[in-house]
Design a binder for this molecule. Sequence first.
Ligand SMILES: [Zn+2]
Length: 264
Amino acid sequence: MTEGLWTRCNNCQKILYKQDIIDNLYVCPLCNYHFRLGALDRLRLLFDDGQFELLDQNIYPVDFLGFEDQQKYSKRLEESQKKTGLPEAIVTAKGTMDGIPVLILAMEFGFMGGSMGSVVGEKVARAAERAIQERLPLIIISCSGGARMQEGMMSLMQMIKTAAALARLGEARLPYISVLTDPTTGGTTASFAMLGDINIAEPNALIGFAGPRVIEQTIKEKLPKGFQRAEFLLAHGMLDDVVERKYLRNYLIKALRLFLNKPQ
Ligand SMILES: [Zn+2]
């Protein structure tokens, strides 16, 4: 979203009054394009009265490799923290949905593309452990470009770590619902984002592992229209549902009631 009162829709290109988009849950009122949401805005839309308690906010990333590309990793971290006001690319929150206590993690794309470093993995694992201890259902809203290259194999390790923690949650017979938003790719898709008891996505969300160019070069075939979009994945059995943002909260409440055997 640009500065000022007006903005242009990324999809239909129409000029819109910004407040109209905000009032419509950051969805274009003309073409239903779903704008990307920050982690905290996302949580405010889901919890009862927009109220929640932030957890694990004291875990900060460390540049243990002294990594540097065009810029020092430590500098990138500093800038992302300043820009987003968050310590890392994921936020853990506890609150209620229609009175049901629940843990929700939301990823922040504005923090280094929502990349999964060791802190993101640690927070997902801790949330799963907390959910087991407190007998809470878990929801993760993914929005991520994948593993964080600046942390080398430590970022890749988070795939198995989060998968193992979520497996224990499953053994404890507690539900985990994964919500994939635009975009969810790379190691995030290849680990916790696709491990939900149900995996649902927002309309037109880009979801995949490798990008289309890499796949086309590897299989030497032209990819079909709509490839790696939520609707295509749903049609091919990779997702359980595609849910518009205006229905998401109620959809999740229904799913929680079903899993927890708590009929209204
Ligand atoms: Zn539009």
